[in-house]
Design a protein around this ligand. Structure first.
Ligand SMILES: [Zn+2]
Length: 505
C-alpha cells in the first residue's frame, strides 16, 4: 500500500514573498546587468556606502583586471552578448547561452561597428559570470549595513517562522494525545511543507533559527521525552556544524532518523520534521568538482541577522562576517568552500542553480531528487498556497510539470490559495468565485491577473481563493504577526474540517 500521509498544505514560496526585503525579482536582475553594462550604477542609490563601493569595484576592477577571476567569470563576454540586444530577458538569455554551450558554438557580436567572436569557452565564462552577478546582487540587496540584514524588515518573517514552529509543537501534543504512532509519518511529518523557488535562504534561515530557539528550550511530551523539531531537504546535503570551528562533516535531519530516533524500544527523545525543498538550488550550495557530492555551509554563526547564510562572496567586502575555516580555504579565498568529503576546494562557479531555460537541462542528481519530491508533495497535497510565486508565464516547463503532478489528485477536493500583491486593489480579505472573474476583467495589473489566470487553468475556480494584500501583510495584524491569520492561511476551516490541528484518518 502506498504511503497515506503527506503534508496537507504545500506552500510554493516565490520572489513575491521576499520582495518586501528588497530582494530582486528575475526581471529586475537582468535590467541591472544591462545597467552595469552601460556603467549606470543608479540602482545602488540609498545603499550603504561601503557596500556601494565594494560592488562597484567588483564589476569595474576585480572582474575586469584580476587575471584569474576575469577568465572564470567573463564579464566582458557577458557584456558583449547582452550588448547585441539589451531587450533580452533572463529566460531568453539563459536559453541562448545554454543552446550555444550545448551545441559547442561560439557567439559573434557586432557592436559599435566592430565584430567580436567569442569562442565557446568564453560563452561558458559569460554564463558563470551571470550566475555570479545574480548571487552577488541578491547578497547585496539583503544587506542593510555590511554583513547584516535589516532587523525591522525581517521581523515579520521571523515571527511567521516562530508561529509555524509553535503550531508544529501544538500538532505534536495533539497527535500524541490521539495516539498516532511516533514512528509513522502520521505523527512525525509536519502538516505543512515549503517549496522555495527562490535561491535565497531567507525562509529556511528563519525557520532554522525558530527551531533552534524551540529545541534549546526543552519541551517535553507527556511521556517525559524531549520534543525536537527539524527540517528535511528532500535530499542529503552535507555541511559543517554552524557554530563549530572544525571542518567535520555535518548533516541535516531527514526522515530515516525519525523512524530510528522515535523507536519505542530505545526512548531518548522525540523528533518531528518538516519538508523544505529548494528544487532550483540555493545560494551557498556546491556540487564538488572532484567527488560530485552536494554540499553547503549554512553560514558560520547562528546570528539571525547575519548574511553569512548566503555563503562566501568572491570579495571579502561583500560578505564582511565570513570566516574561511580550513587552511585550504584561507589560501584560496574568493568564495572557497572546502568539500567535507574529499577536501577539494569548491568555488561559486560550482554552485548548482537551475535557471529558467528552454534548453535541455543538464541534470544535477541531487536537484533531480528534490524535483521528484516536489512532484510527490504536489500530487498528495490537499491545499496548495502560491505564496508570491507566479507560475512563470514564460516557463511552460514548470506549468506542465505542475499539471502532470496534480493530474492524479482529485481536483474537486484540491484547494488553492493565491497570495499576490496589487497596490491598486484596496479591499482586504479573500476574493473568491465571481469576484475573481470580476477582478480579472477589470484589473490593469497584468502580472497579477496572468498569475491568477494560470492558477485557474490548473485548478477549479470554485476551489481557489485569492488575497492581494501581499506578503507579509496577509499574516499581520496591527503590526504583529497573527497566529489566527496564519492558521486561516494554511488550514482554513472551510477546507479542513475543524481547522487546525488537522485530522489524519
Ligand atoms: Zn568532494
Amino acid at each position: 500500500m502506498s504511503e497515506k500521509y503527506w503534508p496537507e498544505t504545500v506552500i510554493l514560496w516565490g520572489a513575491g514573498a521576499t520582495k518586501s526585503l528588497g530582494l530582486y525579482a528575475t526581471r529586475e536582475l537582468i535590467q541591472i546587468v544591462v545597467k552595469i553594462n552601460k556603467n549606470d550604477f543608479s540602482f545602488l542609490e540609498g545603499k550603504n556606502e561601503k557596500l556601494r563601493y565594494a560592488f562597484k569595484k567588483l564589476v569595474t576592477e576585480d572582474l575586469v583586471k584580476d587575471p584569474i577571476l576575469c577568465k572564470i567569470y567573463d564579464l566582458e563576454a557577458l557584456q558583449l552578448i547582452i550588448g547585441t540586444n539589451t531587450k533580452v530577458n533572463m529566460h531568453e538569455l539563459f536559453t541562448m547561452l545554454d543552446q550555444l554551450i550545448g551545441n559547442k558554438m561560439g557567439f559573434n557580436a557586432f557592436i559599435s561597428g566592430k565584430t567580436y567572436f567569442l569562442r565557446r569557452e568564453r560563452v561558458e565564462g559569460a554564463k558563470r559570470c551571470l550566475i555570479l552577478l545574480i548571487e552577488e546582487l541578491e547578497r547585496l540587496s539583503i544587506q542593510f549595513e555590511p554583513g547584516y540584514m535589516n532587523k525591522d524588515e525581517l521581523t515579520p518573517y521571523y515571527e511567521f517562522s516562530r508561529t509555524l514552529t509553535d503550531l508544529m509543537k501544538e500538532e505534536a501534543f495533539e497527535f500524541d494525545k490521539r495516539g498516532y504512532v511516533r514512528t509513522s509519518r502520521r505523527f512525525y511529518l509536519y502538516s505543512y511543507a515549503i517549496i522555495s523557488f527562490n535561491w535565497d535562504p531567507i525562509i529556511m534561515w528563519n525557520i532554522f533559527n525558530a527551531h533552534k530557539e524551540f529545541n534549546d528550550k526543552s519541551v517535553f511530551l507527556n511521556c517525559g521525552l524531549k520534543l525536537r523539531l527539524f527540517d528535511d531537504f528532500g535530499t542529503q546535503i552535507a555541511g559543517k556544524k554552524i557554530d563549530s570551528i572544525n571542518n567535520e562533516i555535518w548533516y541535516t535531519v531527514g526522515e530515516p532518523q525519525c523512524k530510528r530516533i522515535n523507536d519505542y524500544e530505545y526512548p531518548s527523545r522525540i523528533i518531528r520534521i518538516g519538508k523544505i525543498l529548494f528544487p532550483h538550488g540555493i545560494f551557498d550550495s556546491r556540487v564538488c568538482p572532484e567527488c560530485g557530492k552536494y554540499i553547503t555551509t549554512f553560514g558560520g554563526s547562528w546570528c539571525r541577522l547575519s548574511t553569512e547564510v548566503f555563503g562566501p562572496s568572491i570579495v571579502d567586502e561583500l560578505q564582511k562576517n565570513w570566516k574561511y575555516r580550513s587552511e585550504k580555504e584561507l589560501k584560496s579565498r574568493h568564495g572557497a568552500i572546502e568539500c567535507p568529503y574529499c577536501g577539494q576546494i569548491t568555488y561559486p562557479s560550482d554552485m548548482p542553480l537551475i535557471m529558467q531555460t528552454m534548453a535541455k537541462k543538464q541534470s544535477i542528481a541531487p536537484l533531480e531528487e528534490v524535483k521528484t519530491e516536489v512532484g510527490l508533495l504536489m500530487k498528495n497535497a490537499k491545499h496548495i498556497v502560491f505564496a508570491g510565486y507566479s507560475l512563470p508565464i514564460d516557463d511552460i516547463m514548470v506549468k506542465t510539470f505542475f499539471m502532470s503532478s496534480i493530474a492524479g489528485n482529485d481536483k474537486r477536493r484540491l484547494k488553492c490559495t493565491v497570495l499576490n500583491y496589487d497596490k491598486d486593489y484596496s479591499e482586504c480579505g479573500w476574493i473568491t468565485g465571481d469576484k475573481i472573474s470580476d477582478y480579472l476583467k477589470c484589473s490593469t495589473n497584468k502580472e497579477v491577473s496572468e498569475c491568477i489566470e494560470n492558477v485557474c487553468d490548473i485548478f477549479d475556480i470554485e476551489n481557489v481563493r485569492v488575497s492581494l494584500e501581499g506578503i507579509p501583510n496577509i499574516f499581520m495584524e496591527n503590526g504583529k504577526c497573527s497566529r489566527e491569520k496564519i492558521k486561516d492561511l494554511l488550514y482554513p476551516k472551510e477546507y479542513f474540517k475543524g481547522g487546525f490541528p488537522i485530522t489524519r484518518d
